[in-house]
Ligand binder design. Structure first.
Ligand code: PRX
Length: 627
């Protein structure tokens, strides 16, 4: 790693990256770092900090040149206009507007399939959709488990210009119905049933309940021809919307467009996983979440990658299942969430070590911060201390990786997502929105747009601006807390808003609260996240009952069931804490800070409770904590 100590010329223009070049600090604290092997680095797409820095510098100083060179590798029916990027990122200067490759005409499905393979996949479903009148711009809801048909349907929609909206098949009929009402799809695509572990879940029945209609879908697919012409789209035409949770009640329909998303997911995939055509790639995410869009479907397929798609649970029928699949299909890139790593870690090394795993080359982590001990187990046991881990920080909104290691390019630090991807300018601001330099902690924001950025919230551009661009004017606000160390490495510390991250799933506290209060016996509810050994966070609900209703185990179960029914099993609270009252300020605002401390039993850290309208409720809550 001698070469890392050489400071490349021109590096000084990117202040927060100077440290990444790893001058003296690396030499003195080498123990903090996990270095890629010479063997790995010498074959990597980006092989050194210097090479990264050169590319990064260009991506910031000349984004138009940098991204148009990459975009030119794709098929465009017509090239974009003079401006590669057109953006207003500052609410003080008018409405937020982000456009990339405007005027360029392309099709992402064409680039995924026709460009990469001789025989097209996806065409069968596309012809069915066309036959029933689905056209460019129409919404299509996809409510399917991780069958091959799921990414195929996504590609089919993209091919004909329909806007897909995948709803995770773990969502309840009520959540599905909420999304149907919001985006008014022309069609909902589902299947009869799916097996999850040993349990059968009847998806079609759930859809029927959601649309209150039992129209017979049947198996309509085989009668259609196997080719389908491509609908050419403007780079800024919408590709999909995906609902995600925010700090207020209603889920937000995040809108991604065609051209920039295509270029960005393909490029991030290639570099963050050091992708080579010989790789076999497996990502355990479900297409119902953004990871399944960008890194099960579009990013890998745009690269022509061989993708393993797995329908079942990664630890069923036993904890060795994942490594059995890795060995069977010779998986070389394995991308998963820390929650799975932690749960497998608990099950013991023997489930791992009885498989060879020698095909593995690169590991990836996403969805929540990975704690250093889980990182080390992933690295040492799963990866036999030879596979770099790409801890990728990003969001539904960002479309693709924002802060991620480039394996082979620089040393890693267990638990840090390391440094920004090309074209991404992260900044850390204080509570007044002032940018802080160097080693610091604060709110993670981004300074200018990147091609994969979301363009709006479906039907609500105002909410888009208010949620993301108004908290700190001039920046995109991620909702995450973050610190940067002396080497310029970023450490994500979790959400700073009322969003809980359970097993890498984003859940708004307000959504769970509104499900709870819909129960006739619940008067008020306040939900917080508490640390959980495997899930990262778990849901902890304080519930105040309607006057006179007694506490009972049966009611507790019924409240949990209400949440399962309204949102989905993954959002069910682990704990219902009976609350005669909730700690509120005199203006009526619930003091969640205090609830979080009670929930995690950090009772000596409650802080000042004297400003509460009724300070005594805190003692009552503590008394009822374990009842
Ligand atoms: O808090 C961050 C966390 O997940 C949030 C985004 O959730 P979602 O939109 O559902 O997308 C998940 C898949 C990208 C972020 O605001 N998060 C995601 N990746 C990481 C992470 N936190 C720390 N480290 C990560 N690698």
């Amino acid at each position: 790693m001698e070469s890392m100590k050489i400071l490349p010329s021109g590096a000084g223009c990117i202040p927060h990256l100077n440290a990444v070049i790893l001058g003296e600090s690396l030499a003195t604290e080498e123990n903090d770092f996990v270095l890629p092997s010479e063997e790995f680095a010498s074959q990597a797409n980006v092989q050194s900090p210097e090479q990264y820095l050169k590319m990064y510098k260009r991506s910031i100083e000349d984004p138009a040149g940098f991204w148009s060179d990459i975009a030119s590798e794709f098929y465009w029916k017509q090239k974009w206009g003079d401006q590669v990027c057109n953006e207003n990122f500052d609410v003080r200067k008018g409405n937020i507007n982000i456009e990339w490759f405007k005027g360029g005409i392309t099709n992402i499905c064409y680039n995924c399939l026709d460009r990469n393979v001789e025989a097209g996949l996806g065409d069968k479903v596309a012809n069915y959709l066309k036959d029933i009148g689905v056209k460019k711009g129409d919404a299509v809801i996809i409510y399917l488990p991780m069958l091959m048909e799921l990414p195929i349907t996504m590609l089919a929609c993209a091919r004909i210009g329909a806007v897909h909206s995948v709803v995770f098949a773990g969502f309840s009929s009520e959540s599905l119905s909420q999304r149907i009402i919001d985006c008014k799809p022309k069609v909902v695509i589902t299947c009869n049933a799916v097996k999850r572990g040993s349990k059968v879940i009847y998806l079609k029945d759930i859809v029927d309940t959601a649309i209150n209609d039992s129209t017979q879908n049947g198996d309509v697919i085989p009668q259609y021809p196997t080719t389908c012409p491509v609908e050419w789209l403007d780079a800024e035409d919408p590709l999909f919307l995906l609902y995600t949770s925010g700090s207020t009640g209603k889920p937000k329909g995040v809108v991604h467009t065609t051209g920039g998303y295509m270029v960005y997911t393909a490029t991030t995939f290639k570099y963050a996983f050091d992708y080579k055509p010989s790789d076999i790639y497996w990502c355990t995410a479900d297409c119902g979440w953004i990871t399944g869009h960008s890194y099960v479907t579009y990013g890998p397929i745009l690269n022509g990658a061989t993708v393993v798609l797995y329908e079942g649970a990664p630890n069923y029928p036993d904890a060795g299942r994942s490594w059995n699949i890795v060995d069977k299909y010779k998986v070389s890139i394995f991308y998963t969430a820390p929650t799975l790593v932690r749960s497998l870690m608990r099950d013991g090394d023997e489930h791992v070590t009885r498989y060879s795993r020698k095909s593995l080359r690169v590991l990836g982590s996403v969805g929540e911060p990975i704690n250093p001990s889980a990182w080390r187990w992933f690295y040492n046991v799963i990866g036999d201390s030879r596979c770099p881990i790409s801890d990728t920080w990003w969001q539904t909104e960002t479309g693709g990786f924002m802060i991620t290691p480039l394996p082979g390019a620089w040393p890693q630090k267990p638990g840090s997502a390391t440094c920004p991807f090309f074209g991404v300018q992260p900044v850390i601001v204080d509570e007044n929105g002032i940018e802080i330099e160097g080693e610091c902690s604060g709110y993670l924001c981004v300074k200018s747009s990147w091609p994969g950025a979301f363009r709006t919230l479906y039907g609500d551009h105002e909410r888009y601006e208010t949620t993301y661009f108004k908290p700190f004017a001039g920046y995109y606000f991620s909702g995450d807390g973050c610190s940067r160390d002396k080497d310029g490495y970023y450490w994500l510390t979790g959400r700073v808003d009322d969003v809980i991250n359970v097993s890498g799933h984003r859940i708004g506290t307000a959504e769970v609260e509104s499900a709870l209060v819909s129960h006739p016996k619940c008067a008020e509810a306040a939900v917080v996240g508490v640390e959980h050994e495997v899930k990262g966070q778990s849901i902890y609900a304080f519930v105040t009952l309607v006057g006179g209703v007694p506490y009972s185990e049966e009611l507790r179960k019924d409240l949990v069931l209400t949440v399962r029914k309204q949102i989905g099993a993954f959002a069910a609270p682990d704990k219902i804490h009976w609350a005669p009252g909730l700690p509120k300020t005199r203006s009526g605002k619930i003091m969640r800070r205090i609830l979080r401390k009670i929930a995690s039993r950090q009772l000596d850290e409650l802080g000042d409770t004297s400003t509460l309208a009724e300070p005594n409720v805190v003692n009552q809550l503590i008394e009822l904590a374990d009842s």
